[in-house]
Design a protein around this ligand. Structure first.
Ligand code: GLU
Length: 306
């Protein structure tokens, strides 16, 4: 063991598709080829988005594709006490504050858009709650300093959290803990050192680094892989109706994911078993060959994802 610990953290909002496979393959091979561990975490904290049966389906698919994770799966739905404790710590440190604002109030008074859509929170409740109104959400105070990091693939990234995002939500108005808080608490609690995931999460990373600093956690290493997009340039997702991975075609899909990741896996592997694809992949994995764009369209494959 080298002290490297990676992870794959799917949300059970539907079956795995080719885009999720790319992230799983990238994080798995980066971990294994550095003698590292690879953990699996089910991000089922956003309960309204969970789809019944999806988590089991994801686990079965990963098994059929030959992924081998270390230790038991961590379920975020079992971790609510840890998120509550982190929020309490931030509250006591004066870093988290309650907020009454509705979406409309924020939109009406926002000065600028946030990096990943929606308005940047203009700090309405920073100085205290307006009288007579009950808190809905909890937010984390950010600053106007630059929060920067060097991504192993995408290079230097920087945001001014105050203008690019605004004080962001840790606990939502519906009482659920936000992805940003859960992911940071769990990555550190699980001893993760390296995050390899899709570039759709690149814009979230400065928030996660800021949270790590506020909680006194170490900063992790990041590599953001290009996301797979359809011909219209849309990220493959449930919303864009990306087809579910077919476990009967596991070797062929793994081969396709390797090629997407710039690894010249031989075409004959498509008709082999997943174990043989993994043997090739572990022997030939070349981090330097990974593409560095934010997204890559799957030419001529968009509609059926094949
Ligand atoms: N659960 C997130 C997703 O499925 C990924 C979180 C992460 O890798 O940080 O998009």
């Amino acid at each position: 063991m080298t002290g490297y610990r990676g992870r794959f953290a799917p949300s059970p909002t539907g079956p795995l598709h080719f885009g999720s496979l790319v992230a799983a393959v990238g994080s798995y091979l980066d971990a294994r080829c550095q003698g590292g561990e690879w953990l699996l975490r089910m991000e089922d904290v956003d309960t309204p988005r969970n789809v019944p049966g999806a988590a089991d389906d994801i686990l079965r698919t990963l098994e059929a594709f030959g992924f081998e994770w270390d230790g038991p799966v961590l379920w975020q739905s079992q971790r609510l006490d840890a998120y509550a404790a982190a929020l309490e710590h931030l509250r006591q440190a004066g870093l988290a504050y309650p907020c009454v604002c509705s979406r409309k109030e924020i939109t009406d008074s926002a000065m600028r858009p946030a990096v990943d859509g929606g308005p940047a929170y203009p700090g309405i409740c920073r100085a205290g709650l307006p009288s007579g109104r009950a808190a809905r959400a909890w937010r984390l105070r950010v600053t106007d300093e630059e929060t920067a990091f060097v991504d192993r693939l995408q290079g230097r990234q920087a945001q001014c959290l105050e203008s690019d995002v605004g004080d962001f939500v840790l606990r939502r108005a519906d009482g659920l803990f936000a992805y940003q808080l859960a992911v940071v608490v769990d990555d550190t609690w699980q001893g993760v050192t390296d995050i390899v995931r899709g570039a759709d999460l690149l814009a979230s990373t400065p928030r996660q680094i800021w949270l790590q600093r506020c909680l006194g956690y170490p900063q992790l290493r990041y590599a953001h892989l290009p996301v797979a997009a359809n011909a219209a340039g849309e990220k493959l997702s449930k919303q864009t109706r990306a087809p579910a991975l077919d476990s009967n075609r596991a070797a062929a899909e793994l081969l396709r994911a390797l090629r997407f990741l710039g690894q010249p896996a031989p075409a004959e592997l498509a008709s082999s078993r997943p174990a043989e694809v993994w043997t090739w992949a572990r022997q030939h994995w070349d981090f330097a060959a990974l593409p560095r764009q934010g997204s890559i369209a799957l030419a001529n494959q968009a509609d059926n994802g094949r």
